[in-house]
Design a protein around this ligand. Structure first.
Ligand code: FEO
Ligand code: CA
Ligand code: CA
Ligand code: CA
Length: 569
């Protein structure tokens, strides 16, 4: 903490105060514009799509979907493209109010399926700021029924085969697209998180022991989470199609420059509730992918490819042929990435990938306080992961999970605030198996608590927050932290206001509040225009009627820039 004394104050903005209203706030000298909202047409034939009463099924696959999340920008032959996730739907506003959020027909389910997944769109900057290029040949909606390929070591395995796809290699749809990633070769990675919630059973649950154990560990039950797909679309009825859930929970690669391309599910990266996929390179050019599994008491993973990335060379197998590892943190501030091999786990190579959680348990991986986004510092060989919160540490998590003792990077029993763990790979090499670690920040409320719940030294009454979630480094080396927590502004959270985005200096530890979201929302998803004069930020599940004066609240992607046009990261 000595570094804290040499505060750099290198933030290019004056920090703002916490807010509790239904607006977005940024520092003086910065401005905000709404770029795209749920229901906006991506194609001219969907202009006028009306979300007011939940919207029709027709053209629901031609509009900007709901609940924006992870996103990345791509520059291609003079075009600015954004690939952006639509994580889930608020069924109470996507269906007529009289239905109270309960799908009543196959059309209702199809509409919900269309509103989720991924949007690829071209954007352009004109006199009035940024806008979506309607009818751009790059515009594309990828949703819950889009054909995908399953590739890698587990593709074709009997556990991935279904009545409709005996090959186990041709899946439909990508589910619950949470965080994102970008490969050095210019493709988009979308990560399937809470895929389990879409499945249910109209009859008996599968009795096969291997399948049932996986259902238990991944939280697949007869009821589902209210999407009710299984009642109107048999593919999601596990009593009829027990292997369908195994075809989800993967990292999916999309080529944003080719709207005809088939998205690819990479089994080599393991099957978990994927938050994001942070791609970097080892010293020798092998591809390293860091991934968190966002559930109480689940793990951190790392994939290292066998092959080496060569710019312009073949990328075949670089996200599949390699070794998957899981993290073990020791109390002495060291740790290791443990290889998930058949010898170490007692599982087959394919089952390690399909049931990565059980493989992690078999080698004694460290149970974490809900790993959300991971980001790698572009100027130092170190990784950061948001551990968002976990108020149930010390008790068993989901059925089939491990014990979750307090300790290591998860030091608090009733952790309502969260922390960011950071690791320093041995030999300055992301492929190394050993690392040292520390906590970059332990969030807390120093106004309410004087113990560990007051937070680490770099948390003050002026910058406090809870539940770090989204996270990305910019090209200047600042770490941007987005929150998805309690915005009641009361009790343990008094003074923290709405969810927010802060900037952190990785060297000094200093943290400053940059943006606050509308009450009810979470701030998630962050990327930059090619000239880095615009920062694109996602606002998910806003309250009130944001960004309009009246009507339903609309999850939106916003563009943040400076009045003087200077770079923003
Ligand atoms: Fe979709 Fe863990 O956030
Ligand atoms: Ca998240
Ligand atoms: Ca979260
Ligand atoms: Ca969310």
């Amino acid at each position: 903490r000595a570094a804290l004394a040499q505060t750099t104050s290198r933030f290019p903005f004056t920090p703002i105060a916490a807010q509790t209203d239904h607006a977005v706030h940024v520092p003086e000298g910065y401005k905000v514009q709404v770029l795209a909202s749920w229901g906006d047409a991506l194609f001219a034939d969907a202009e006028g799509y009306d979300i007011a009463e939940g919207g029709p099924v027709a053209k629901s696959d031609r509009i900007f979907g709901e609940n924006t999340d992870g996103m990345e920008t791509f520059s291609y032959m003079g075009h600015q493209l954004i690939a952006v996730n639509h994580e889930y739907t608020n069924n109470d506003i996507n269906l007529p109010a009289s239905q109270e959020g309960v799908p009543a027909s196959a059309d209702d389910v199809l509409k919900l399926q269309n509103l989720q997944g991924v949007t690829v769109m071209e954007v352009a900057q004109g006199m009035d700021g940024w806008s979506v290029v309607v009818d751009s040949p790059f515009n594309r909606r990828i949703h819950h029924n889009t054909p995908m390929q399953l590739v890698g070591p587990a593709a074709g395995h009997p556990l991935l085969q279904t009545e409709a796809d005996a090959s186990g290699r041709q899946a439909l749809g990508t589910l619950n697209n949470c965080g994102s990633g970008k490969t050095p070769w210019g493709t988009y990675l979308t990560c399937e998180e809470n895929f389990n919630g879409y499945f249910g059973a109209t009859g008996e649950m599968p009795s096969d022991a291997v399948i049932a154990a996986g259902y238990e560990r991944y939280g697949i039950g007869a009821e589902g989470w209210g999407y009710d797909y299984h009642k109107h679309d048999a593919r999601f009825d596990v009593s009829a199609h027990p292997n369908e859930p195994h075809r989800h929970g993967w990292v999916v690669e999309i080529d944003p420059t080719d709207p005809e391309s088939t998205p690819v599910k990479h089994t080599g990266l393991g099957r978990i509730k994927h938050e994001n996929a942070e791609v970097t390179l080892a010293r020798d050019g092998r591809v390293v992918v860091y991934m968190g599994d966002d559930e109480r008491g689940e793990f951190l993973y790392k994939f290292v490819s066998n092959g080496v990335y060569t710019p312009g060379g073949s990328t075949e197998g670089l996200l599949d042929d390699g070794q998957l590892y899981v993290a073990k943190f020791n109390d002495d501030m060291t740790g290791e990435w443990v290889a998930l091999t058949p010898e170490a786990t007692g599982m087959s190579a394919e089952e390690i990938l399909i049931f990565s959680r059980q493989a992690g348990s078999a080698v004694g991986a460290t149970t974490m306080d809900r790993p959300e986004w991971i980001s790698v510092n572009p100027y130092a060989i170190e990784g950061y992961c948001c551990l968002t919160n976990n108020t149930r540490r010390g008790t068993r998590t989901n059925a089939g999970g491990d014990e979750t003792p307090v300790g290591g990077p998860n030091p608090r029993e009733a952790n309502q605030y969260g922390q960011i763990v950071r690791w320093f790979p041995n030999d300055d090499d992301h492929a190394a198996q050993g690392f040292a670690w520390d906590l970059y920040v332990m969030a807390g409320n120093p106004e309410v608590h004087s113990d560990a719940y007051g937070g680490s030294d770099n948390v003050t009454a002026g910058n406090m927050f809870n539940s770090p979630d989204g996270m990305a480094f910019d090209q200047t080396g600042l770490l941007w932290i987005q929150t998805d927590g309690d915005d009641s502004n009361e009790g343990d959270f008094a003074g923290q206001g709405n969810n927010q985005m802060l900037a952190g200096d990785p060297v000094s530890g200093e943290i400053a509040r940059f943006l606050t979201g509308p009450n009810g929302s979470e701030v998630t998803g962050l990327c930059w225009s090619e000239d880095r004069r615009t920062m694109f930020v996602g606002i998910q599940h806003p309250g009130g009627s944001w960004p309009m004066e009246t009507g339903l609240p609309r999850s939106s992607l916003i563009a943040v820039s400076r009045d003087d046009g200077a770079m923003v990261g």
